[in-house]
Design a protein around this ligand. Structure first.
Ligand SMILES: [Zn+2]
Length: 318
């Protein structure tokens, strides 16, 4: 089924998994902006991964996955909240050929980490912040022990191993139609990520990873999740959980943009009014335009004695 995330658990060992297929959620991102093929595919893989990670953590708030690139791609960002409402956007160099087929384009490391300084940042921003509470943030470079990482899946496996101490495998794929992914994770409690000799579950983890490794990108993109699941794990005893529905949803609003303008300050905003006659803010995620004319701006600052909104986090500009 499309736009659904299915969690499952193997009965024979503390190994859990998730499979997600985004179709409309992903198309909503693509209809709002044109991305060159390699940017699109990486963003789509991040979209699937963000849903998988978001559903994987018990947390009420928004998971923000960012990759800061030093190469033709400058930044990719995907956000997903606890109810799988998602949005995504990317910044990239105009030199990237929008028409070139993906096969002729530079690879992940070249696009994002030409200088070796690229990094991935995962932020957990709680829905209700207690006073003084900071968002949790984990950062990993786009290189591993044996050199530059070559895919979104490799980066996140590296992240999970180093930041969360969880042995995790990810399979991700995206094209113009779908963003698809599968996650397998060995839960702690039986020796963590280092299996002990003779440990009863070591075989299960190894076995399901070997089965997962047989998945091809074409299978991921062309088959329904249930078909894939049956094909891979038909011999395993698996408990399925109720699927969760994902959808595109941008959290921007006129009120949030107004709060952001107030943070900029009257002088700054008046400067823009003097220059351009009005302030026009454009949401990078959903393309919505917000216009504030001189009267709107006067009202905004006249009302500024009254708290009208929550201070947005640096990563959630509006
Ligand atoms: Zn928006």
């Amino acid at each position: 089924m499309d736009d659904q995330l299915q969690k499952f658990m193997f009965s024979s060992a503390p190994v859990r998994g998730e499979i997600v297929s985004l179709r409309n959620t992903w198309r909503e991102v693509l209809t709002r902006r044109r991305y060159p093929a390699p940017v699109r595919d990486i963003l789509g893989e991040m979209m699937a991964a963000c849903a998988l990670l978001s559903a994987n953590v018990k947390f009420d708030g928004t998971l923000i996955m960012q990759i800061f690139g030093y190469g033709p791609i400058k930044m990719l960002v995907v956000q997903c909240n606890s109810t799988l409402e998602m949005r995504a956007t990317a910044k990239f160099s105009n030199d990237l050929d929008a028409e070139a087929p993906a096969a002729e384009c530079p690879g992940f490391a070249e696009l994002l980490n030409a200088s070796g300084h690229g990094r991935c940042v995962i932020t957990l921003d709680p829905r209700e912040r207690r006073p003084g509470q900071q968002a949790y943030q984990g950062i990993v470079p786009l290189k591993g022990e044996s050199g530059p990482l070559q895919s979104v899946a490799e980066v996140l496996e590296h992240y999970m191993r180093h930041s969360e101490q969880l042995d995790t495998r990810l399979w991700l794929a995206a094209n113009t139609e779908r963003a698809v992914g599968m996650l397998l994770q060995k839960l702690p409690g039986d020796g963590g990520i280092v299996p002990h000799a003779g440990e009863h579950d070591a075989d299960t983890w190894e076995r399901v990873c070997v089965l997962g490794a047989t998945l091809t990108q074409a299978e991921l993109l062309n088959e329904e999740p249930q078909t894939l699941f049956k094909r891979l794990f038909w011999q395993e005893n698996v408990q399925h959980f109720t699927p969760v529905v994902a959808r595109f949803e941008c959290s921007c609003s006129r009120e949030k943009v107004g709060s952001m303008l107030k943070m900029l300050g009257r002088a700054e905003v008046d400067g823009v009014i003097d220059e351009q006659g009005q302030v026009e803010i454009h949401c990078e995620y959903c393309n919505q335009r917000y216009e504030f004319d001189p009267v709107d701006v006067a009202q905004l600052f006249a009302a500024s004695g009254v708290a009208t909104g929550v201070t947005p986090a640096a990563t959630q500009r509006h």
